[in-house]
Design a protein around this ligand. Structure first.
Ligand code: PXG
Length: 459
């Protein structure tokens, strides 16, 4: 059965899925036994599965559907562009109107040092592009030895060879000979786990100084760049103390190395500022962008290249041997323009900063009184709960991840998408979520915490 899948039953689809479809980040055998959840449609902040069940999407798809589901004007922008020009490449001295307009708009929306963009299809490809640009930059400056890029443990920068190498996920590095050479990792600014008895701000400085220690260890003439997510997303919504990023910036300047902010999750308003670097008051040389650029209505990513680098890449001339068939895809760019028009017209970044973000954070923090919850944290439309065995003594569960999985499964069964990273429960809802829907999200989350506690015999 390969046609008519739209009318197939859930069980038919699950059977075909198990037979033919290798899912990302999935234990193939375990999923085949269980059967996947088939999501068939969505509206606003709600998903509907093939059995008609409604689920509140607390994760905006995968941290991306910022304007919510069911936006006809984005659909129409895509259809219009497909009729006009479904595809043409941006190689060989060509361009298309939506890609040019989007490049100009991104120069306007991003901080002042950014006036150029290189389009990709994903965050992973954007980070691969940055690795190549960093090395090309230092080559052009006559310092080819500066090939090392420093990242952080537990970072997520994508799944391509360079993306996974930049990322600090031990499980990913354990498969396929990663990281690639000249990518190294330092401590992540995870106060709840690593801060021990230090006050957060002091711990933030200590974590940042790991960068200087690593540069000294490798040799300052060998290091080209530092990369970090302003707030680590897939690593568990790790919000660094306010002291962290300014100290990182200071160290980068002291050693003359480039600073890369991976804004794939934080970018386009999730923190309540257009970009996470603005939330923390830092001035990076590169931004990695994807996800919220199109709110997920089409795949699109990019690299914002700061003037310091652009002047060298452009000014010194010569071809940069890099690009993708879909770089500057007209339909994806038209969709990004329509999406960003909505974000601007509906003032969604301001809404996250002034209204729904503060409301979400206030309601979310009420969960701190739950016996399973050791810490509640969040910024804007990002939130995390640390589930622990003993909240008073900050004691994690011995089998890290098992309790998070139990809680996540209760969430799905009770109409809420909340992700688990180890035993950290995570939300990143769409910016259009209403206060009533936030109330519903928090009450569903509490019910699922109660069910998890009951399973563990904790009250
Ligand atoms: N950087 C960051 C900060 C990301 O969060 C990427 C790069 C890679 O983007 P692409 O478009 O290549 O996926 C991401 C992606 C999760 C999860 O489990 C998070 C991401 C992707 C898949 C799963 O939270 N983020």
């Amino acid at each position: 059965m390969s046609t008519g899948a739209r009318n197939a039953t859930t069980r038919d689809l699950q059977a075909l899925d198990a037979r033919h479809y290798l899912h990302p980040f999935t234990d193939f055998q375990a999923l085949a036994g269980e059967g996947s959840r088939i999501i068939t449609r969505a509206e606003g902040v709600y998903l509907y599965d093939s059995d008609g069940r409604q689920v509140l999407d607390g994760m905006s798809g995968l941290w991306c559907v910022n304007v919510g589901y069911g936006r006809d004007e984005i659909v129409e922008a895509a259809a219009r562009q497909m009729r006009e020009l479904p595809y043409y490449n941006s190689f060989f001295k060509s361009a298309n109107p939506p890609a040019v307009e989007l490049a100009a708009l991104l120069a306007e929306l991003t901080p002042p040092q950014f006036n150029h963009v290189f389009f990709t299809n994903s965050g992973s490809e954007a980070n691969d592009t940055i690795v190549r640009m960093v090395r090309r930059y230092w080559d052009l400056l006559g310092e080819p030895g500066r090939s090392v890029i420093i990242s952080r443990h537990n970072a997520y920068h994508g799944s391509t060879m360079a993306g996974a190498s930049l990322g600090g996920m031990a499980a990913m590095h354990g498969q396929g000979g990663l990281p690639i050479p000249d990518i190294v990792h330092i401590e992540q600014p995870y106060w709840y786990e690593n801060g021990v008895d230090l006050p957060p701000e002091e711990y933030g400085l200590r974590a940042a100084r790991r960068l200087a220690e690593k540069i000294e260890q490798i040799g300052p003439g060998r290091v080209g760049a530092f990369i970090g997510e302003p707030i680590q997303g897939a690593g568990g919504v790790i919000v660094p103390p306010d002291s962290y990023w300014p100290e990182i910036q200071r160290i980068c300047r002291e050693y003359g190395i480039l600073l890369i902010a991976d804004e794939v999750i934080c970018g386009f308003g999730r923190t309540g500022r257009w970009f996470g670097c603005e939330h923390f008051g830092i001035e990076p040389d590169f931004l990695t962008i994807a996800k919220g650029l199109t709110s997920g209505y089409q795949p699109l990513g990019g690299v914002m290249v700061g003037d310091r680098v652009a002047e060298v890449l452009i000014g010194r001339g010569g071809e940069f041997h890099h690009g993708y068939t879909w770089s500057g895809h007209p339909v994806a760019c038209a969709v990004a323009l329509a999406n960003l028009a909505i974000v601007r017209r509906e003032r969604l970044v301001e809404r996250v900063h002034d209204e729904i973000g503060p409301y979400l954070q206030r309601r979310w923090r009420e969960l701190a009184d739950h016996p399973l919850v050791g810490e509640v944290r969040g910024v804007g439309m990002l939130g995390a709960l640390e589930l622990v065995a003993h909240k008073g003594s900050r004691t994690f569960f011995r089998d890290r991840g098992a309790v998070g999985t139990i809680c996540r499964d209760h969430c799905f069964a009770n109409g809420l998408v909340m992700r688990a990273v180890r035993d950290t429960m995570i939300i990143a809802p769409p910016f259009v979520i209403t206060t009533g829907e936030v109330d519903e999200l928090v009450s569903r989350a509490r019910r699922c915490l109660d069910l998890t506690a009951a399973d563990l015999g904790i009250r």
